[in-house]
Design a protein around this ligand. Structure first.
Ligand SMILES: Nc1nc(=O)c2c([nH]1)NC[C@@H]1CN(c3ccc(C(=O)N[C@@H](CCC(=O)O)C(=O)O)cc3)CN21
Ligand SMILES: CC(C)C(=O)C(=O)O
Ligand SMILES: [Mg+2]
Length: 271
């Protein structure tokens, strides 16, 4: 049984590492407000992410780049008031972690004003030095590799990453590098399922997939995607869980169950 879901005890960073050891899936969704956060907590979600996707799904921009630290702090504080048990993770927005000193200042705001227990940041390379600085100052870190939406102008669109073998090798090396730099968790976004499976097996730290297949140690979805609210063409990796349930809590609970049982994501949601 999932200890924290059964006991109501708060989810901690060591709990997530224990989950990987026991092969128990980690369930995560995004939230941007107290009401959805409360429903996610009630449905048994382990980790709630205040994603910079809020720039697109809340603010209506076409990318995540316009999101400010002030906006992230505001939404993180809103979500914190809705949570009792789930671990609260906040995205560091574009340019907010461009050097270690800036990253420390902004992570401090997300934690002290927003109530986040962990921050997430996209990339490897020079980002490893930032991860190391955050960890030395007791900030738990989630790394994020594969499709990193803050890189949309370099990537040329929201496309699957790591399909060519050279790209796959670089992604594996980056995953090891962020782990060695001190990351506690790794989000893998839009990468082939076989590559995500190999990275998950090679790493000590848990991987959380979005469009990265079922072998990851956990899954995350943008909450409006799993409630079928997002307008326009939906990415392959999403599923509307509200379509077959009666309420928002039931839909989030159905997603939670489907991740824990390994039913979601299926092959049709993977690359
Ligand atoms: N509503 C929402 N859901 C998300 O998952 C999400 C956001 N917004 N905004 C920030 C980023 C952008 N994301 C995206 C957006 C589009 C695709 C997409 O259309 N992917 C194609 C892949 C095409 C290919 O094969 O390369 C797909 O059809 O799934 C993927 C991730 C993920 N994130
Ligand atoms: C989709 C997740 C991983 C994210 O980074 C976001 O919501 O911003
Ligand atoms: Mg994000």
């Amino acid at each position: 049984m999932y200890a924290n879901a059964a006991t109501g005890a708060p989810v901690t960073v060591p709990d997530l590492h224990e989950r990987k050891r026991r092969a128990e899936k980690i369930v995560s969704i995004t939230s941007y407000d107290a009401s959805i956060a409360a429903r996610a907590d009630e449905a048994g979600v382990d980790l709630v992410l205040v994603g910079d996707s809020l720039g697109m799904v809340v603010q209506g921009h076409t990318s995540t780049l316009p999101v400010t630290v002030d906006a992230m702090v505001y939404h993180t504080a809103c979500v914190a008031r809705g949570l009792r048990r789930a671990l609260l993770v906040a995205d560091m927005p574009f340019m907010s972690f461009r050097d270690p000193a800036t990253a420390l200042t902004n992570a401090a705001r997300l934690m002290a004003e927003g109530g986040a227990a962990m921050v997430k940041l996209e990339g490897a390379g020079w980002v490893c030095e930032v991860i190391d600085a955050l960890k030395r100052h007791e900030v738990p870190v989630c790394a994020h590799l594969g499709l990193t939406p803050q890189s949309v102008h370099r990537l040329g669109g929201y496309r699957v990453q790591g399909r060519a073998s050279a790209d796959a090798q670089r992604l594996k090396a980056d995953a090891k590098a962020v782990q060695d730099a001190g990351a506690d968790l790794l989000v893998l976004e839009c990468v082939p399922a076989t590559l995500a499976a190999e990275i998950t097996q090679e790493l000590r730290i848990p991987t959380i997939g979005i469009g990265a297949g079922a072998a990851c140690d956990g899954q995350v979805l943008v909450v409006y995607d799993l409630l079928g609210i997002t307008p326009g063409k939906r990415p392959r990796f999403t599923k509307d869980f509200l379509a077959s349930t009666q309420s928002v809590v039931d839909a989030i609970a159905a997603y939670t169950h489907a991740v824990r049982s390994g039913e979601f994501p299926a092959a049709e949601h993977s690359y």
